[in-house]
Design a protein around this ligand. Structure first.
Ligand code: DGT
Ligand code: MG
Length: 362
């Protein structure tokens, strides 16, 4: 982020809500300033404050009005003292000194601009490289004592492909390619666009799909066959396939950070117009393949947003005595798994009104 100054700006009543911050080089919403703070905690491996600022971001984004005085935040949930301190500073001084300081902080910049691109968030390796004084990709690449794992090598190798945001139009054109490949190998299969694009986002860092077959068990060969098909079409630049470890005898895990056990693959596909490979640029693609009776849970879990999923799981646990994850919904009082073939069924089990994906952008 090249922004060097944050200050309050006027906003229209139709805006996304929250106090706005603007910078010398463009508008930075208040919620984005909190994202900088959240990221900085993430880069320091401090999950608690990181999540607190992400929650504050969600609350501010959801407001239909601008915060113009601290008193207006009094009854808002999830805004703790550190958050209010930043809002107060911005309202009084027209800028957040803490955010400004962070944007020029060497550690923040290194993780954001270089290391973060290949290790994603905080990792022991990222920390080790930073402590050794490595500050850029070339620092890391030219240090021959460093052994990069497969994921890190991919991050470095395809950095150009995966660092440019994917647009909604590009996601649509990929969808027809994935549709074609899946239906070529299994004509009756279902393909659903999920993740941020399913929530109506205009840009994303990857494109997520859930694919399944009408017959239970048939999904086991689906992803390997789709991967072969994409290889044949010549658009596959990278593929990391993980076979399913799903076991229905395991209880759901309400902790959000635990990833699901379905077969999945992380791909880099070259399908969009760009500067690389004679005009074809790549982008990151996730394909997840649950058995058909787990499809609704997988779709709900992968549609996000992350914050929405965390809150839904916590609501299920605290308010309903149920455990929800990407695989299942378990009623602890009745000691039984609840069946669902659509997302609406899951909302109904939870006693909630159905929320459309675009309403889940917490
Ligand atoms: P983006 O960054 O533009 O791709 O935005 P999203 O919302 O598509 O985020 P993404 O692709 O990282 O993940 C898609 C959804 O999958 C996300 O909204 C929630 C779910 N998800 C992602 N990571 C995890 C995880 O570590 N655990 C669980 N349970 N779900 C996850
Ligand atoms: Mg995504």
């Amino acid at each position: 982020c090249s922004m060097s100054c944050c200050k309050v700006t006027e906003k229209s009543d139709e805006g996304v809500g929250g106090s706005d911050f603007c910078s010398l080089s463009g508008v930075l919403y208040g919620s984005d300033a909190f994202e900088v703070l959240a990221e900085s905690y993430e880069f320091n491996n401090m999950e608690g404050p990181c999540l607190a600022f992400r929650r504050a971001t969600s609350v501010l984004k959801s407001l239909p009005w601008a915060v113009r005085c601290l008193g207006a935040t009094q009854d808002l949930p999830c805004l703790g003292q550190p958050t209010k301190k930043v809002i107060e500073e911005v309202l009084q001084c027209g800028r957040s000194f803490e955010v400004e300081e962070l944007l020029s902080d060497e550690r923040y910049q290194t993780f954001k601009v270089t290391v973060h691109k290949c290790v994603w968030g905080w990792t022991k390796d990222g920390e080790k490289w930073f402590c050794r004084g490595l500050r850029s990709f070339s620092d890391i690449l030219t240090d021959h004592s460093i052994h990069l794992n497969r994921m890190q090598q991919t991050g470095f190798l395809h950095h150009g492909d995966i660092s440019r945001a994917v647009s909604a139009a590009e996601a649509r054109s990929l969808r027809s390619i994935i549709d074609g490949a899946v239906h070529c190998v299994t004509p009756a299969a279902t393909v659903a666009l999920t993740g941020g694009f399913h929530r109506g986002k205009e840009f994303g860092h990857d494109v997520d799909f859930i694919v399944t077959t009408p017959e239970l068990g048939e999904e086991e060969s689906l992803l390997p066959n789709v991967i072969d098909e994409l290889k044949e079409q010549g658009i596959l630049l990278y593929c990391n396939y993980q076979a399913s470890t799903f076991d229905m005898r395991k209880l759901p895990n309400h902790h959000f950070e635990a990833m699901d056990d379905f077969a999945k693959c992380f791909l880099i596909c070259g399908w969009r117009a760009g500067r690389w490979r004679g005009g074809l640029e790549g982008g990151a693609v996730d394909l997840v393949s649950p058995p058909v009776d787990r499809y609704a849970f997988a779709l709900l879990g992968w549609t996000g947003s992350r914050q929405f999923e965390r809150d839904l799981r916590s609501f299920a646990r605290v308010e309903r005595g149920m455990i929800l994850d990407n695989h299942a919904l378990y009623d602890k009082k009745k000691k039984e798994f609840l069946a669902a073939s659509t997302e609406k069924d899951i909302f109904a089990h939870l006693g909630l009104e159905y929320m459309e994906p675009w309403q889940r952008n917490a």
